[in-house]
Ligand binder design. Structure first.
Ligand SMILES: [Zn+2]
Length: 323
């Protein structure tokens, strides 16, 4: 009985060994695909300030449907020149600026407002070595859901010790129930998202608006760049003669808008004003050579702009490990 059982096991193992003789190569190739990305943070120094780009995620953007003031064949050829096609996987970036005295977050990602491919800012902030409660100030380029949703988790503020600031025209526009009631159906969720995301901060007296060109914490200034939204702002950060300008949503699809700054996006409140701001920002960045960072430029979204005939070229930052 015992012998028979043992022989049975031997026979089974021999059969398996024979079978596996034909499947060794398959077994070696069977490691699962990881389907994850490196932690979404990227560190850079600007003078004495440490700037950390934080990815909130990426999502496919239907450029052929959403870009305006540009012909479909121009979109196609500009994308093809960058080895892209619609839909383009579009980055959502926020930036953490540590001035040494204050920890400033520029934009807050979308939280749970826009689905699981986004809303990764908190995890990446933690991966970058920081905790949400360390953030002193949150500056919003504007109040669209992909920039405000990450301010809260349900009704709980994600950054409990921070003062949140945005330009007054954006606050007045997006926090108005009257404007929401008058808005086309597909844009009502923009208003609702802004209201829900800011509510706990407003309730706690931690939301403050600023007006136009405003000095914020030392080394950080808001400059008005209205068009994409009524109070859209960019943030200029300077330390030790070095400068980075956080563009917010002046650019949505770099591959198209770099050569065609007049091309806008369907979400622009004022397409022509947004285009004027984009043209001015590109011209100034190319002339002055400072670093720019865009909320929707391929992560980490930071680089410089170079004039190239009647167009511009993007020069990504040189990869550097801090030491
Ligand atoms: Zn945006």
């Amino acid at each position: 009985m015992h012998v028979n059982a043992g022989f049975g096991r031997f026979a089974l193992l021999a059969t398996l060994a024979l079978a596996c003789g034909f499947c060794v190569a398959t077994a070696e190739a069977a490691a699962p695909l990881m389907r994850t990305q490196a932690p979404g943070f990227y560190r850079m120094m600007v003078g004495d300030f440490e700037v950390t780009a934080l990815s909130d995620g990426t999502q496919p953007l239907a450029t052929d449907r959403l870009l305006v003031n540009v012909k479909p064949e121009e979109i196609r050829s500009a994308l093809a020149a960058s080895y892209l096609e619609s839909p383009v996987e579009n980055s959502d970036n926020a930036y953490l600026v540590n001035t040494g005295r204050k920890l400033v977050l520029i934009d807050a990602g979308s939280g749970k407002l826009l689905g699981p491919s986004r809303g990764q800012l908190r995890a990446n902030l933690v991966a970058a070595g920081y905790r949400p409660e360390q953030v002193d100030e949150v500056y919003l380029t504007h109040l669209h859901p992909d920039h405000v949703g990450g301010l809260t988790d349900g009704e709980t503020p994600m950054f409990p010790n921070a003062i949140v600031r945005a330009e007054r025209k954006d606050a007045d526009y997006w926090l108005s129930k009257g404007n929401m009631d008058r808005a086309p159906e597909q844009y009502k969720r923009f208003f609702a998202g802004a209201m829900a995301s800011l509510a706990p901060y407003i309730k706690a007296g931690r939301f403050e608006s600023f007006q136009g060109d405003t000095a914020l914490v030392a080394g950080v200034r808001a400059v008005p760049t209205p068009g994409h939204t009524p109070g859209h702002s960019s943030f200029v950060v300077e330390s030790k003669g070095q400068k980075i300008v956080f563009w917010g949503d002046l650019i949505h699809v770099l591959a198209v808008q770099l050569g065609r700054p007049t091309a806008g996006i369907a979400f622009d409140s004022d397409v022509n004003a947004a285009a004027m701001q984009r043209e001015a920002a590109l011209a100034d960045a190319a002339k002055e050579g400072y670093i720019v960072a865009g909320a929707h430029i391929s992560f980490p979204g930071a680089g410089r702009v170079r004039s190239a005939g009647n167009s511009y070229e993007w020069v990504p930052l040189n990869y550097t490990v801090p030491h």
